[in-house]
Design a protein around this ligand. Sequence first.
Ligand code: UD1
Length: 418
Amino acid sequence: MGKFIIKGPVKLKGEINISGSKNAALPILFASLLIKEVIEIKNIPKLKDIDIVIKLFLHLGVKIKNGKSLIINASNLHTDFNFPQNLIKSIRASIWLVSPLLVRLKKIHMSLPGGCSIGMRPIDLHIKYLQKLGANIYIKNNCIIASIDKKFKGSHIIMEKNSVGATISIILAAIYAKNITIIDNAAKEPEIKDLINFLNIMGAKIKGAGTKKIIIQGVLKLKGGIYTIMDDRIETGTFLIAAAISKGYIICKNTNPKNLKIVLKKLEYTGAEIKTGKNWCSINMNNKRPKAVNIITGPYPNFPTDMQPQFTLLNCISSGYSIVQETIFENRFLYIHQLNKMGAKILIDNNKVFCQGVTSLYSSTMKATDLRASISLVLAACIATGITTIDNIDYIDRGYENIEKKLISLGAKIKRIK
Ligand code: UD1
């Protein structure tokens, strides 16, 4: 794993082009396994997680041209594929192989998915709902073993927990299912809406995108076509926070601020001047120190858990006290003691942290623990006095395209050591 050497403090200011969304690109890629005609996907971010999916697809016999856009031809899949299990285990998104491969190949045997260690991350809901749609699926010796007789069968699923991943597994299974599938209490994240837009353009019949009731009428065929992935709202939010903590000014381009309403509102409460347009937003701290703001994470449209470590950092250096409550993942505070090493004053109590704002942070030697925690440490290092070393920074490459190039363009002093 590589490391970053970062010299601070700096003020981060300038313009940033926001990349395509990782969390929309991943399910759309897996959905492309359902399509036998050629599809072209634009605005795919260049990320490690996407590279892993491409490698998995090559093992399956999918033909891929990886240039400015991604051209995918999944007309013929190998039936004798043998995934390197370390690839499956390295991302959570590999769970989305199950539904399309059951549709195409009728059986699958693969290792359990992995991903960032931010909590237990069970897959019980995926299994339960795919069973409800007619799959024979179970876990044995840390592997998923699944088969289906002919086709998935439409069903009425009332989700007991709001899960992005399980909502996607159901949608992917229901596309070609017999009859109608209704998902009640579905996740409403904009990335699910993007997946549904993509599938509908390719010929699916799905209603209710972005609402908690999704209705899927099974179809016989999806066709090829071209699709442009939505922007990464979490990347946008991260850069807005980069400006807020450094009393800077940043304009984010190619991003839809409507998907980030709660984050923009909370940033306004800190005293930031926020401006928005159709496909851009900007933040200006006007050289002021931010004010601390309480947050509680929750499913969309509530505050995104993927922005929690960045906002907690903001609270660390703001004036006043704040409480941050994490309601989605039970282990998402692993980075807190590292911020405390830099002079932050944060106490953890179960799923809450209590921050007492400090005026400055100082450099330290740190280790990244997961994707969003890593970016929080990188931003902390940019405003800390002195030289900070962050180990294990490969996590960042899973979710942030060209991160050091983008931060350097805003004034950061970062060097990557391989
Ligand atoms: C997705 C996102 C991740 C984001 C999360 C919540 C991708 C690739 N990842 O993750 O960035 O932080 O949504 O917005 O899109 N759960 C179960 N059983 C299951 C599935 C989930 O108990 O079978 C629980 C989880 O442990 C968690 C909650 O449900 O507590 C929500 O998880 P979920 O929405 O499924 O997250 P992911 O799809 O893994």
